[in-house]
Design a protein around this ligand. Sequence first.
Ligand code: ADP
Ligand code: MG
Ligand code: MG
Length: 325
Amino acid sequence: VGCKSEEKMVSDSTYMLGTYLQLSVWTSNEAKGMDIIKTAFERIKEIEDKMSANIDESEIGQINQNAGRDYVEVSEETSELIKKAVHYAQVTDGAFDPAIGKLVKLWGIGTENERIPSEDEIRDALSFVDYRKIEFQGENKVKLSEPEMRIDLGGIAKGYAADEVTKIMREKGIKHAIINLGGNVVTLGKKTDGSSWKIGIQDPFEPTGTHMGIIEAHDQTVVTSGNYERYFIQDDKRYHHIIDPKSGYPAENGIVSASIITNSSTDADGLSTSVYVLGLDKGMKLIESLDGVECIIITEDKKVYLSSGLTGRFQIINNSFQIVN
Ligand code: ADP
Ligand code: MG
Ligand code: MG
């Protein structure tokens, strides 16, 4: 006997990390739920203040300003995330490269400075994109070999933030939550009725919020990299924010979106950008080589490629898309 308290959803949203963030937790104590969300937003702010390449005072900003000169001592989490990013650079043979900063700045996509750079500018910036020239010393000291090198963790930091928020919610006793950091989604637990969450996969050709399919997940993350996130169009051509470090231009290999499904959102974020740049064949091969990692790749002809573990778990809701395998 006694009253079984009903869990209600408490939700809040804000804008950080250059994107729209929404946190939803299920709790019997609404005030406590709001408090946990507030704590989570503060933690995200802290991560942004440390890791944003656009903030001079951030740890990444400091590493960048001391490029070619001095080691900068950073926090353990920043140094660990840089190392993880370098790991993905090694695994992808540089398709993912956290030393992409100079190129990202040059294109300025999503900023008021966005433009198509000249070929000379691209060649010049490209010569400073090389993760092998990120040097580590002692515990947490980092230095860039060349003065013009710049680190940019934009391809992995949102995933890290999502993992950190998940950790906070678990620690605070939350059993059911949806963490959505601009399309980096983490499902904590199952729904309160015991069923899996249904996560919509964005239709790359339609406005944000229009889904082309649904994946069921619990205690997993779904992270998508797409050419529709940030871009500009000039002369009918789309220039988006995922840059191929081989060409210096936005990656152009037929992929319009790559979604990764796995346990760690940091890994999923690194891998979604990686697969996007690697392209269908190499990208799928990488994912199949990793235990517990699945992916959904959509190409510009609306074909959908699923990794082997997704059979039966992904459902198309827009029949103009076609699952190929
Ligand atoms: P989103 O920012 O939409 O989540 P991604 O996770 O794919 O998309 O990250 C794209 C961001 O990663 C870019 O805005 C830039 O900061 C950075 N980036 C772009 N190209 C690369 C690359 N080849 N390797 C690593 N990071 C990249
Ligand atoms: Mg990414
Ligand atoms: Mg991302």
